[in-house]
Write a protein that binds this ligand. Structure first.
Ligand SMILES: [Mg+2]
Length: 419
């Protein structure tokens, strides 16, 4: 019986905006920066996606594709509040819930059938409850493992519900284009296509040895995947240890300023999330994957734990800069060794008079509060992130502080621990 569920909210940030502002319903809504800015799209409503707008697309490109779209600055505090409500619903069913990001999670329902009924029914009930209690639509995939469950929820979007049964793995995967595989970007996709490997089924027809010979280490990984093999467990307690985000770029990125901008956006999201959960990170880690799939991770443990975007960004920037400059296909940023932001540690953080971190934390917290009271866009987060901007009284919106438009389109991946 397929017992792994993947629950993924549809166009999450944009859907929250549409729920909270009836004027946005049925309209193309883009969350992220401004159309004139140099940021990227954080989320697009399905009405905007109909024009080809995708998340992680440069704002300028999205504005060209859908000139009449309504833009909203991201309000991660509000999204985090909804994320918590959704997680609470999932956890009321089983403690075996692994959140991947603010808007998606895996559930392991193995062995719960006698208590809860078939996992398929549990999935349908969760979908209905999330809609009833949050007004937001989730897509759900039910499958024998994580790989298939995630593909299943993704394939049937929006408002999806798809079950993959044992024995159906290969048939389910075979017709899918290889680009559906998370980790297969444009470049590897083109390479595969030139080898006549267009669909996942084409990969299953080659031997493992052959794929390894022509594709190196990626070959073995792709071969397992083509057979739907995935034995990764659902890790229920991971979020307490590590919290982060990964992006696979559609085209490899060599431009350090693009990497820096991506890190800035990720740091801001992670920090707002940490503050929303009352957590501090003791360690900042990055993961970089190169076009040949070689992957390196670097981390630094801080003297003072932090929930500050500016601090996380600064450390991550140094860690990435210390790597030899090369083309990058995946960039991940994580906050690790998370601590409860109460008690002695917090006192220590506030204890040092004139500590720039303490001042910044107070400032970022104040920003959270202003946003809560006056709505998104009331403050400009990036003004606190760039040291120069702290002194400048007036700055363009958040997206305007980024250095340039991306030369490559980052696609957001799930939250993961570094390997
Ligand atoms: Mg989603």
């Amino acid at each position: 019986m397929p017992s792994i569920l993947h629950v993924d909210m549809d166009a999450f940030y944009a859907s929250v905006e549409q729920r909270d502002d009836p004027r946005l319903r049925g309209k193309p809504v883009i969350v992220g920066g401004s159309p004139q800015g140099r940021g990227v799209v954080a989320a697009a409503s399905y009405e905007a996606r109909a024009f080809g707008v995708r998340s992680a697309m440069p704002a300028s490109q999205a504005a060209r594709l859908c000139p009449h779209a309504i833009w909203r600055e991201p309000d991660f505090d509000r999204y985090t509040a909804d994320s918590r409500r959704i997680l609470a619903i999932l956890r009321s069913t089983t403690p075996l819930v692994e959140p991947l990001s603010l808007d998606e999670a895996f559930l392991d329902l193995r062995g719960t059938e006698r208590l809860l009924g078939p996992p398929e029914g549990v999935g349908r009930a969760l979908k209905a409850r999330i809609l009833a209690e949050t007004g937001l639509v989730a897509s759900v995939g039910v499958a024998p493992n994580k790989l298939l469950a995630k593909l299943a929820s993704d394939l049937d979007k929006p408002d999806g519900f798809l079950v993959v049964r044992e024995g159906e793995e290969r048939a389910f995967l075979a017709p899918l284009p290889v680009e559906r595989i998370s980790g297969v970007g444009k470049k590897l996709g083109e390479r595969l296509e030139s080898l006549g490997l267009r669909r996942i089924g084409d990969l299953a027809e080659r031997s493992r040895e052959e794929l390894e010979r022509i594709l190196g280490s990626a070959g073995g990984w792709l071969h397992d995947l083509a057979f739907g093999k995935d034995d990764r467990p659902v890790l229920a307690h991971r979020e307490e240890k590590s919290h982060g985000t990964e992006r696979t770029f559609e085209r490899d990125v060599a431009d350090a300023s693009v990497l820096r901008r991506v890190l800035l956006e990720d740091a801001e999201e992670i920090a707002a999330d940490l503050r929303g959960r009352g957590l501090l990170a003791r360690t900042v880690a990055i993961k970089v994957r190169y076009p040949d799939f070689r992957t390196v991770t670097r981390s630094r443990t801080l003297d003072v734990p932090t929930a500050l975007a500016a601090r996380i960004h600064a450390v991550a920037g140094e860690l990435v800069a210390a790597l030899a400059p090369r083309r990058v296909r995946l960039l991940g940023l994580y906050a690790e060794n998370l601590l409860d932001a109460t008690g002695a540690r917090q006192l220590a953080l506030f204890g040092e008079e004139g500590d720039p971190d303490a001042r910044r934390l107070a400032a970022e917290r104040g920003m959270d509060e202003v946003r809560r009271r006056h709505g998104p866009g009331a403050v400009r987060p990036a003004a606190l992130l760039e040291p120069a901007a702290v002194r400048a009284p007036l700055r363009p919106p958040r997206a305007g502080t980024t250095s340039r438009s991306p030369s490559s389109t980052p696609a957001r991946g799930g939250r993961r621990s570094p390997p």
